[in-house]
Ligand binder design. Structure first.
Ligand code: MTE
Ligand code: QUE
Ligand code: MOS
Length: 753
């Protein structure tokens, strides 16, 4: 079943926010950003800028009619800087002009006088100065210190992972159109229309019912448009509100990369204790999260880090502490995996360190401690099945892993014995993933769907889900089509619109199909119940005897000779309601933040990846040769879409671990905030051979139609690439610093000489 969206993308017919015609009588907004990472603003000179022909007006903090506040979880983020700047790239003034070129020219003429302060860039330094977004949090299980004291082996070390730019192909964008009554319609590239609605209402000083946010689709988001689409929508709305004409705010790539947050870099200290057989006894960890200059979603990201502290393994005693540290870089934000990848990297580093200390191979330690049914996580929930182990074992049999690894081991041993290392080295790594599905913020686990059946039998579906390339629209289309027994082509997925479906959660946490698909299915059931009741009256029989299939009505195994369109037409003439709205909320979720225990996830998505890498030890360059995956998807709604998610997520994870690097000067100015200086993974950096197999025959009772969420978990497979490269290079040291760029690898290879 081919996703029709894909066809439009390939043909170049898909229209994103900035592809629609924008009226000549409309304003373009370009921002003036702080050139300095930290300091006090002494003066702003916009005289020359105002004189540029075509400039309509320039707004600064004091011109905001509502509140100058866009913080979501914590109200600590201003839209426009006032007396202080907190990161290079912080918006200071918004220029509105009749052409984008005029606005950009004017923004370039603005002068700012800042008393520069020394920025804090390192999260450990922020911690030492007690510059925190919120108090540190600790999750515990058992007595970690006692277990460490009694252990046969204790591995201690540090691990660091870097930032990651979302690099959605469609940049941040919003077009705001005012109406004569002072209402504002926004066409926004956001994962969170309700959040844009709330932010715009706050900044414009209007009630939420006057703001309509519409989202057709996004050209990629990956978490980067979850909280951070709000600011740009606010700038467009402010322009429209003040001028009464449409206003367009589209960030060019370099402004987007300068001003938007990335994946949070983390620095961590870990201790992993084992018994003589390699069973994990205790894990102690401290995470220093580089939150940037404002909270954004950092505290929620941090919580997901704590939830995934022990990754896919059972550890009976855990002490995990985490702090969101305030630094002078862009506020970091959601990125596929939402804090879990950072935690899993630390744990995998701890396993390699434990392997060095104990002499037991990493994959022996991994398999020995992999989660099995009944094992408790640090948050008190127990593993409900053995699918983590089944994926691991299936990877071994499907891909003949033992043989592959022994072949590489033999070469390595020969090199060691003879003392002659060849220029090219090979290595491998296994990477299991177990990712909790649901928003850990319980109230967000809700969704609504609104379905209209039109009198010709065609169907329109509105939900809170935002299509960003992950295929949620097509999955919901298939759910609805199957429920109504009609062809997917008869089902239209409407834009995501706050006026049609309100108070929606962001499309995030991999849960859009789980939540919105379930709501859509419920709405279908409501309409079907009414249709069957109506037909039961006509046929003088029980409504439960009916079902819909192949475009028609069936009763007790035989066709009634009434097509779907005829059924709908008759029901309409008899005044049967043909629309329904349903609300779904994930059952049985609870979490007590005061003790850090509960059931925050409906279920877990698991799998195992195996990587082989080859390193050129002279140049420090490498290739990921093989990536073999066994992934548990329950009963997939659309295996082709899910395969795309697994492959795409994994390659994105490999990029994060191996090549993507954000660098700053000592004064906090980004050095890599352009497409030309930031190295992105591309088709040449994808594994030369990629195979993905699904764990068959597993109906997941915790999600719609037995499926499992797929969006984020595969990204974490990419962590395996780091360790495969490390092994291939022969760098058996205690340095666990990602990304493993060729420069860094070359440095390590030279130091080893
Ligand atoms: N896939 C594509 N093509 N583009 C995206 O932006 N975002 C990812 C993932 N897959 C993304 C993607 C992220 S971060 C999430 S949370 C999920 O999709 C969100 O969609 P879902 O809940 O429908 O899986
Ligand atoms: C996973 C997620 C999110 C999350 C929790 C998860 C997420 C998100 C939020 C969130 C939390 C509090 C808020 C809010 C959003 O929590 O994406 O607006 O007030 O946005 O476990 O992906
Ligand atoms: Mo995804 S990081 O939850 O948008």
């Amino acid at each position: 079943m081919i996703n029709p969206d894909t066809t439009y993308h390939v043909m170049g017919l898909t229209r994103y926010v900035d592809d629609r015609d924008f009226p000549a009588r409309g304003l373009h907004c370009v921002l003036f950003f702080s050139p300095v990472a930290r300091g006090e603003v002494r003066g702003l000179d916009a005289c020359a800028a105002r004189k540029v022909p075509g400039v309509a007006f320039i707004l600064t903090a004091e011109d905001i009619p509502g509140e100058n506040q866009i913080g979501g979880i914590i109200e600590d983020e201003v839209l426009l800087a006032g007396d202080e700047v907190a990161f290079a790239g912080m918006p200071v003034a918004a220029v509105y002009a009749w052409t984008e070129a005029a606005a950009r020219e004017a923004a370039g003429l603005i002068k700012i006088d800042i008393a520069e302060d020394t920025p804090v860039l390192d999260p450990r330094e922020a911690w030492n100065r007690n510059e925190l977004i919120a108090p540190a949090r600790t999750f515990t299980l058992g007595d970690a210190d006692a277990a460490i004291a009694a252990a046969a082996y204790v591995a201690e070390g540090r691990a660091e992972s870097g930032a990651q730019e979302h690099f959605y192909l469609e940049g941040q964008a919003c077009v705001a159109t005012p109406s004569e009554e002072g209402n504002i319609h926004l066409s926004s590239a956001t994962q969170a229309p309700a959040s844009v609605q709330r932010a715009v209402a706050t900044v414009c000083g209007l009630p939420m019912n006057r703001i309509e946010v519409d989202v057709r689709r996004l050209g990629g988001a990956f978490g980067g448009k979850e909280a951070q689409a709000n600011a740009w929508a606010c700038f467009a709305a402010l322009g429209a509100q003040k001028s009464g004409v449409p206003c367009r705010m589209v960030l060019r790539r370099s402004d987007d990369m300068l001003a938007t947050g990335k994946r949070h870099p983390y620095a961590s200290d870990f201790t992993l204790a084992l018994d003589g057989d390699g069973k994990f006894l205790a894990f102690k960890v401290m995470y220093y999260q580089n939150a940037g200059a404002a909270a954004d979603l950092s505290t929620s990201v941090l919580e997901r880090t704590l939830f995934h502290a022990t990754a896919s393994y059972y550890v009976p005693a855990v002490h995990a502490t985490a702090a969101s540290c305030r630094t002078n870089i862009t506020p970091n934000t959601a990125f596929r995996g939402f804090g879990a990848p950072q935690a899993m990297f630390v744990f995998e580093a701890a396993i390699r360190e434990a392997s060095r200390v104990s002499g037991i191979s990493a994959e022996t330690l991994q398999r020995k401690n992999l989660l099995k049914t009944g094992d408790t996580f640090v948050y008190g929930m127990a593993a409900e099945n053995d699918r983590a182990q089944r994926c691991w074992d299936k990877a071994y049999t499907c891909y003949d892993l033992t043989k592959r690894m022994r072949a590489i081991d033999e070469v390595r041993k020969r090199e060691k014995d003879t003392g002659k290392a060849s220029r090219y080295g090979r290595g491998y790594a296994l990477m299991p993933v177990c990712f909790g599905i649901s928003f850990s913020t319980i109230f967000l686990n809700q969704a609504r769907a609104h379905i209209h059946v039109y009198t010709d039998g065609s169907v329109g579906v509105s939900t809170g889900a935002v299509e960003m390339g992950q295929g949620v629209n097509h999955k919901i289309r298939e759910i609805v089509a199957e429920s109504l027994g009609i062809a997917p082509g008869q089902v239209k997925l409407e834009s995501t619109n706050t006026t049609r479906v309100s108070n929606t959660s962001p499309t995030a946490a991999s849960s859009a199909t789980d939540l919105n698909g379930a709501a859509a299915l419920m709405a279908c059931e409501m309409i079907k119940a009414r249709l069957f009741k109506f037909m039961a009256g006509e046929y003088q029989c029980a409504s439960r005897d009916f079902y819909l299939e192949k475009g028609g009505l069936y009763r007790k195994g035989s066709a009634c000779g009434v097509s779907w369109a005829e059924l709908v037409g008759q029901a309409y003439l008899s005044r049967v309601q043909l629309s329904a709205e349903a609300h779904y909320s994930t059952p049985d979720l609870h979490f007590d933040t005061s003790v850090g225990k509960g059931r925050p996830f409906a279920y877990h998505t698991c799998g195992t990846a195996y990587f082989e890498a080859e390193v050129d030890r002279l140049l420090g360059t490498y290739r990921i040769e093989k990536a073999y995956v066994v992934h548990d998807l329950g009963r997939s709604i659309n295996p082709l879409i899910d395969l795309g998610q697994v492959e795409g997520g994994m390659v994105q994870g490999i990029g994060w671990m191996t090549m993507e690097e954000m660098r700053y000067t000592d004064t906090g100015k980004p050095l890599t905030a352009t497409g030309g200086t930031y190295k992105m993974p591309d088709i040449f950096s994808a594994p030369l051979e990629m195979q993905v197999k699904f764990l068959a025959d597993d109906y997941n009772h915790k999600a719609v139609k037995g499926s499992k969420a797929v969006g984020e978990p595969p990204l974490m497979y990419g962590i395996g690439a780091f360790f495969a490269i490390k092994m291939a290079a022969g760098c058996e040291n205690a340095v666990y610093c990602a990304p493993m760029t060729p420069e860094r690898l070359m440095g390590q290879l030279r130091d080893g000489d």
